[in-house]
Every structure is written in C-alpha cells, then in structure tokens.
Design a protein around this ligand. Structure first.
Ligand SMILES: [Zn+2]
Ligand SMILES: [Zn+2]
Ligand SMILES: [Zn+2]
Length: 100
C-alpha cells in the first residue's frame, strides 16, 4: 500500500505531513487503552504514523490526544465509518485525502 496523501483543508497549514506512513490499525474496533483500564470510548481515531487506535476528545480518557502527547505523532484520522478527515494536533489543522 502506498503512503496516504493528505492536504490541509480550509487554507490551513501543517508541517507534519512527513510523519505520514502506510499504517495498519493496531485495533480495528476498539480503544485498547480503554479496554485495558475498563474505560469507555465514544469515537475512534487512528494515528497515521504508527496505527495506534485511540479514543476521541469527547471520550472520557482522550487516548488519541494522550498518544500524541506521549509520542509526538501529530497526525490522526477519524476511524469512524464514512469519515475521511484527518487532524494535526500541534497545527490544529484539518486534513483531507488528496484524492477526494
Ligand atoms: Zn501539522
Ligand atoms: Zn481510550
Ligand atoms: Zn502513533
């Protein structure tokens, strides 16, 4: 699989696009960090650098954001069916796939 190509939406900027990798989700249907602690999640996000799946900022534990703070992996995408957007935490920039 080729490395996915994302471009900032809405005239935004992102200096982290070199972090994009061809990743496999480490957990296709759940936030493993929540499962380990018995927490609950709302929506899932996938790290575009290593494939870590974590829960969104509307979830109790915000594991996707925690993953960015712990690793410096700046880019995540929505892991919800039908959603194609991605997000850069440090730039607070929405990204969209280049082929959409
Ligand atoms: Zn960025
Ligand atoms: Zn979680
Ligand atoms: Zn990561």
């Amino acid at each position: 699989m080729p490395i996915p190509v994302y471009i900032p939406a809405n005239g935004g900027r992102c200096g982290h696009l070199d972090q994009l990798r061809d990743v496999e989700p480490d957990s296709p249907d759940s936030c493993q960090d929540c499962r380990a602690t018995g927490g609950r999640w709302l929506h899932l996000r996938e790290c575009l650098t290593c494939g870590h799946v974590g829960c969104c900022d509307n979830s109790q534990n915000r594991h996707a954001t925690a993953h960015w703070r712990a690793t410096g992996h700046a880019l995540i995408r929505s892991y919800e069916t039908g959603e194609v957007w991605a997000w850069c935490y440090p730039d607070e920039a929405m990204l969209l796939p280049a082929d959409v």
